[in-house]
Design a protein around this ligand. Structure first.
Ligand code: ADP
Ligand code: MG
Length: 701
């Protein structure tokens, strides 16, 4: 947990953070709590009792009436069940109370959360338990206590527990390696740091309310391409419109109050698309805070009569939204192991950790792809504007040449600072960064951190970080075994790094990931190209991956099976809802609109011909022919989709069902959309039943 300074009091902090605890807890309790957290030991009931009582007084002073264990079930969103602080004490009297036991654990009915077969509904018990490494906070007059969630039998039902386990595993393996390499700064632990950049769209709420697809699925299922998309490249970093700026201002304050330090804000590539990046923090806090950020974005948007869309691909034809996961490892003595320093080729600690990422990315490409999959992100990955579904690692020119040299046992070239000359005399000169950015890479080294860009905008940061932490822990543990008895550790480490670059260099790619050539080249290199969730999810059950997670005590096989099951179930259910929504909109909105409009056109022909029998009516007749052809096609597409959806529902096994959705339903949906979108372009605007792309993307000013 990062002990950051509180935001200035004028914003009114709503976080029960280190400062508050330091100020309010008896010194001995404060020290004991910190000692237990530091030493990774369970809390005692006595400490919990004191913390609970202090938390309650603080929360009540800040207007809270209720408390909740705030947890992250496998739905990927957060869950809360509120209990009030009031307790009856007889004779109709009540007091405000909150006990240590209530702080430590709670027992919500777990039966309606997805468990992927881990827990039958008759075994409804589930437990939530306080995670003291993430601060409690107040939201909507409720004290929220970040918690883990597990079943009566102890199986993990949430996204926080595996993350905490993976942080523990990475800490253990990192420290073993750091100690083996001499540990010059005397570090005793490492923390994993994460900064999640959040992309989103903002549209007018009245228009949003007119579209069932947005309300039910988060994305537009119909919509003809507007005359203007993002081709003018005028939105990225453009001036922020006043209504959007006012939303951002409110959002920043709400987030700061919750200890979420929203830092950068800007317009993104697509019209109406924006981004927020917080100051990075430890991985567990960053994950909790990103969940909160998404929630707060949506509620603040409502206050501005806006709708905040966090879906990965709300609009076809323009960029989708991602969540770049910036990830690094830092010792408690302040050393970032991914800081290459001035001479990366001589920085053994850096090279060993870099090698662990290179080898891990190559050996577990399938898992990296699987951990970012859902049906929404499938629409984005591999699209022209998003990282492809092929996993590769970008190191940049400077580091790339160091790796090349090591791979070929050559001396690494020296890189000197290059002065940037603007050609304008009054502008001061400055050093250029040694590598350019490569925005097309799915996983990029960016100076002193790695940035996984494949993560979807709506996803929890937990899953990708569980995978990154665990695969790097595994590679470090393998490296440790190889190096542990070396007589000359520096030499042995250099040989190891060189071997890794030789064997796993295929995963490094510094070129344009969007090009067709790369798809061919990647195939030649034997890299995977898992295009959809249905293709990617089986990675969770691959023997090597089960062994990985079991070895580091992150997931049992059973827990992995449940994640596989939930991943595919969610994939099918999402597509099922989308298909039904399309059918309903096509039948009840589009078909009647087109019929009325055809009626108007036909009536015009008839009335014109009543007036002048031989009048040609070219405009009307051509239009009628177009409308009629596409509406016949629409009718057929509706019938086909409906028939296939019924068929899909009857497929008994989940993997066959997922394949069917991928191979048939998605295609049917695409076809139906094509005819509907054609009809939109030839139907009078006043007849069209919902707002168009132009309305949706260009109305907020
Ligand atoms: P961009 O990728 O858009 O250029 P920045 O370089 O500003 O953006 O960083 C994006 C995110 O990375 C921010 O949330 C920032 O806090 C985070 N970040 C910066 N340094 C680190 C680090 N060492 N570890 C993890 N995250 C980091
Ligand atoms: Mg970035």
């Amino acid at each position: 947990m990062s002990k950051r300074v509180n935001v200035p009091e004028i914003f009114g902090s709503l976080v029960f953070n280190d400062e508050v605890m330091h100020e309010r807890l008896p010194r001995t309790v404060y020290d004991e709590l910190n000692r237990l957290i530091e030493e990774n030991k369970p809390l005692t009931l006595e400490v919990a009792q004191d913390v609970a009582s202090c938390m309650k007084s603080w929360a009540v002073e800040h207007g809270a009436t209720h408390f909740t264990h705030w947890f992250q079930p496998m739905t990927g969103i957060t869950a809360e069940k509120h209990d009030s602080f009031i307790k009856p004490v007889g004779e109709g009297r009540i007091i405000m109370n909150f006990s240590g036991n209530e702080l430590i654990r709670s027992e919500p009915d777990a039966s309606s959360f997805p468990s992927g077969g881990l827990r039958a509904t008759f075994e409804a018990r589930g437990y939530t338990a306080w995670d003291p490494t993430s601060y409690a906070f107040i939201k909507d007059k409720t004290l929220c206590i970040p918690s883990i969630f597990c079943s009566y039998g102890g199986q993990v039902l949430d996204k926080k527990t595996p993350l905490l386990r993976s942080i523990q595993a990475l800490n253990k393996q990192s420290m073993k390696m750091i100690n083996l390499l001499g540990n010059p700064t005397g570090a005793t632990s490492v923390s994993v740091n994460v900064g999640g950049e959040q992309e989103y769209f903002l549209i007018d709420r009245d228009l949003y309310n007119e579209r069932d697809d947005l309300k039910l699925t988060g994305r537009t299922l119909f919509g003809a391409k507007p005359p203007k998309g993002q081709e003018m490249e005028d939105h990225y970093f453009g001036t922020i419109k006043p209504r959007v700026k006012s939303f951002m201002d409110d959002l920043n304050i709400e987030l700061w109050k919750l200890g979420i330090y929203a830092n950068t804000e800007h317009n993104e590539v697509a019209p109406s698309q924006h981004e927020l990046a917080p100051i990075f923090s430890d991985c567990n806090t960053a994950t909790d805070q990103n969940q909160l950020t998404m929630e707060i974005m949506k509620t603040v948007a409502i206050k501005h009569n806006l709708a905040c869309l966090i879906h990965e691909k709300p609009f076809a034809g323009v960029n989708g939204s991602g969540k770049h996961n910036n990830w690094s490892i830092t010792t408690n003595t302040g050393v970032n192991v991914f800081d290459p320093g001035k001479a990366p080729a001589e920085n053994t600690l850096f090279l060993v950790f870099l090698a662990a990422v290179v080898k891990g990315t190559d050996e577990y490409q399938d898992l990296i792809r699987a951990c970012v999959s859902n049906s929404a992100n499938d629409l984005r990955l591999g699209g022209n504007e998003a990282p492809p579904a092929i996993v590769s690692l970008y190191l940049g020119d400077e580091l790339g040449s160091v790796v090349d040299a090591i791979e070929h046992d050559e001396v690494a070239p020296a890189h000197e600072a290059i002065v940037m000359k603007s050609g304008v005399k009054v502008i001061p000169r400055f050093d250029k960064d040694t590598s350019d950015r490569n925005r097309t890479s799915p996983f990029a080294f960016t100076g002193n951190k790695f940035e996984l860009r494949m993560v979807g905008s709506s996803a929890s940061l937990s899953t990708p970080n569980v995978v990154l932490n665990t695969i790097v822990a595994e590679e470090l543990s393998q490296f440790y075994e190889r190096l542990e008895n070396a007589t000359d550790i520096e030499l042995a480490a250099n040989e190891l790094v060189s071997d890794v670059f030789k064997e796993h260099g295929r995963i490094i790619f510094n070129g344009n990931n969007y090009s067709e050539k790369w798809v061919e080249e990647a195939k030649r290199r034997g890299l995977l190209n898992l295009k959809t969730t249905a293709d990617a999810m089986p990675a969770y059950l691959a023997d090597k991956n089960v062994a990985l997670f079991e070895k580091h005590k992150i997931y049992t096989r059973e827990e992995l099976e449940s994640r596989y099951e939930i991943g595919l179930e969610t994939y099918c259910k999402s597509l099922h809802i989308e298909a039904l929504t399309m059918l309903e909109m096509a039948r009840r909105d589009i078909a009647p609109a087109v019929c009325s409009y055809m009626g108007l056109v036909a009536d015009t022909v008839n009335s014109k011909r009543e007036a002048i029998k031989s009048i040609p009516c070219k405009l009307e007749l051509d239009l009628l022919a177009d409308l009629s052809k596409d509406s016949d096609n629409l009718a057929e597409a509706i019938t086909r989709l409906e028939k296939d959806v019924r068929k899909a529902e009857e497929i008994p096994t989940i993997n066959d069902r997922a394949d069917y959705y991928r191979d048939f339903i998605l295609k049917d949906m695409e076809e139906l959309r094509t005819y509907a979108d054609n009809l939109e372009t030839v139907t009078a605007k006043e007849y069209w039943p919902f707002p168009t792309y132009t309305d949706l993307l260009y109305s907020v000013v």
